[in-house]
Ligand binder design. Structure first.
Ligand SMILES: [Zn+2]
Ligand SMILES: [Zn+2]
Length: 610
């Protein structure tokens, strides 16, 4: 395979960035050594967004407050344009040198490299710049003066065990950010600031959406009333959408016997992601379910199905439980209990394509409406070398070509990836980038040719023969946990009126208006709107600011004039102008926004007119 010119340029750019970050790790270590001559060096690699170096400071540690000084010293080293020179030492010489320098960590590592036969030609390489020498493979910049202006910044300090082993000494890790140019660093810092402001964990706390409690357990969020509104609204939307698309709702339990998962293949293929089983009734074992599929298959199998019953679309917002490693848990994004917008479509082979189309159209409708534009479609295929993918070559080929055909037919752009399929069939993954540019699978749609066999699912065809249906697994709105974590960050916590936990806040300008405010609140509540009155003693401006801080989409200001005219002065989130209108007209407008699920949290969306 020949490389294109762009490949080479990208590779060169990455190599240059790698060398820059690597060189900066040396420069930082050199600077730290000038300030703490006794510090011992451990590892100091380039990493995503920058570099770090681990030091053992003994009883003279360095703190965040010292970073400014380290940075200044680094700048002086850069200014001195010190060349990086390479020297090879034979193994004995290298060990003796590190020993003499008191570099216990480097020496241990050198010993290991030698034992593993990784000393090239029986030598280890060292690089020196100025007075600082480090054992390392390179590559580096030609000299320190090649570091672009303002391209780096020391970021933070954390503890880290030598070789990641908690039985070994605790070291101090200093992180630096570094990019190819000052402009890129600036851009990254701005992006990070924005992402931190919009972090769903931070906003989840500030807006009372969800909490975590150590006595409940990690990865098990508790949804507050405000967060539960978000779930309910998504669920209501899904129920209506699925009803119109011919789905039927079912309800199934969250625990189940081991036998069910032996049949489905979750034991053994999926066991690592499941909670351990619970012994029950002496000889029985039960699992918390990791997915709803097997329960739905049982509902399908409970009746004799005819071709006239197909497609049969069973849906459920189902609670599922997955064992995620402690270290990978994060806010709502990675949790151990979640509620999924699940459904299974059982259909005849000649219906697969149109059903798949229907599902993809539903995805497009949801994502378009929610303005989740920043996604990529991945077609996840099997991989013949992996035992996880049961070797039914023809079935894999056939089902993969069906899915590919649907995506092509709809003109959807996608990328293929081998080895990412479910163990029972190919899938389409919707990959969404978060604010930091990290990609996550937000939801999937899978074509399954395996479970109908395992569960012996059949239907009687027009010719009287029993045949196997196909199954589509789909969850366009993902789990509440994952979808809401994305939406919080996408909207910065400012939800459209139809979803917002508090849809209208009433701000009476003085106590004399309170009765009119109460009457207005009752009117809204009787029409099923979530409304609050701010009857606090704060100043008017403070009340407006408070409503904005809570990201409430609509503020109705009520004064003498409004009371006399049975009107409201409507002020929208992040909009300074206010509009006066009769109260009934305002109510009608809110009702339209709710009915149309208007995305009024985006300024370019046309609001309904009264
Ligand atoms: Zn190096
Ligand atoms: Zn499923």
């Amino acid at each position: 395979m020949s490389k294109t010119e762009t490949d080479i340029i990208v590779e060169d750019k990455d190599a240059a960035l790698h060398a820059l970050r690597h060189s900066l790790a040396h420069i930082m270590a050199a600077a730290v050594r000038l300030l703490r001559p006794e510090a011992k060096l451990a590892f100091g690699p380039p990493v995503e967004h920058g570099f770090y170096y681990d030091f053992d400071f003994g009883d003279n540690p360095i703190g965040e407050a010292d970073l400014e000084q380290v940075e200044q010293t680094m700048r002086a080293i850069i200014k001195a344009r010190e060349p990086f020179t390479r020297e090879e030492k034979n193994c004995d010489e290298a060990l003796r040198y590190l020993e003499a320098q008191g570099e216990v960590y480097k020496r241990e590592y050198a010993q290991e490299l030698i034992e593993q036969g990784k000393a090239v030609n029986g030598t280890l390489s060292f690089y020196t710049s100025g007075d600082f020498t480090d054992m390392c493979e390179g590559p580096h910049l030609e000299h320190t003066g090649h570091v672009p202006k303002n391209c780096f910044k020391l970021d933070r300090i954390s503890g880290s065990y030598w070789r990641g082993d908690e039985k070994r000494p605790m070291l101090t890790r200093i992180y630096g950010l570094a990019f190819a140019s000052g402009a890129e660093l600036k851009e990254y810092l701005a992006m990070r600031k924005r992402a931190m402001e919009r972090d769903h964990r931070k906003l989840g706390e500030e807006l009372d959406l969800f909490i975590q409690d150590s006595e409940v357990g990690v990865g098990l969020p508790l949804w507050m009333p405000n967060g539960t509104v978000l779930r309910d609204e998504l669920e209501k939307w899904a129920r209506e959408t699925e009803f119109l698309a011919g789905y039927q709702r079912v309800t199934t339990p969250s625990v189940t016997r081991k036998q069910l998962y032996e049949r489905s293949g979750h034991v053994p293929y999926y066991q690592d992601s499941m909670y351990p089983s619970m012994p029950i009734d002496e000889h029985d074992e039960y699992y918390l379910r990791p997915m709803c599929c097997p329960h739905h298959h049982k509902i399908y199998a409970s009746r004799l199905r005819s071709y006239r019953d197909l497609p049969l679309r069973l849906c459920e917002y189902g609670d599922v439980f997955r064992y995620e490693k402690h270290g990978s848990l994060s806010g709502l994004l990675r949790v151990r209990a979640m509620c999924m917008n699940d459904a299974h479509i059982y259909c005849a082979p000649d219906q697969v394509e149109s059903e798949f189309r229907g599902v993809v159209a539903m995805y497009q409708m949801y994502y378009g409406h929610l303005r989740m534009g920043n996604f990529r479609v991945r077609l996840s295929l099997h991989d013949t070398d992996n035992a996880k993918f049961v070797d039914r070559y023809d079935d894999w080929e056939r089902s993969e070509s069906i899915v590919r055909g649907v995506l092509d037919g709809l003109g959807i752009e996608y990328e293929e990836e081998s080895g990412e399929a479910a163990f029972y069939g190919p899938k389409v993954d919707i990959q969404v980038k978060n604010l930091m540019g990290r990609e996550e699978t937000v939801s999937t749609c899978q074509l399954d040719f395996m479970m109908p066999d395992r569960f012996d699912l059949t239907y009687v065809d027009a010719d009287g023969e029993r045949k196997r249906p196909y199954i589509l697994h789909r969850a366009p709105l993902s789990t509440h946990e994952r979808m809401i974590s994305f939406l919080i960050e996408l909207y910065g916590g400012a939800f459209p009126t139809w979803m917002a936990p508090v849809q209208v806040r009433l701000v009476p300008v003085n106590a004399a208006i309170l009765e009119y405010a109460n009457e207005t609140a009752a009117m809204l509540r009787n029409n099923f709107f979530r409304v609050e009155i701010d009857d606090s003693s704060e100043s008017f401006n403070k009340k407006i600011r408070n409503a904005v801080t809570r990201k409430i989409p609509n503020i109705w200001i009520l004064g003498e004039k409004e009371k006399d005219a049975a009107a409201v002065a409507w002020r929208r989130y992040a909009v300074k102008e206010q509009q006066s209108m009769p109260r009934n007209a305002a109510l009608a407008l809110l009702q339209q926004m709710r009915e149309k699920r208007t995305m009024d949290n985006f300024s370019d969306v046309a609001l309904p007119t009264p």
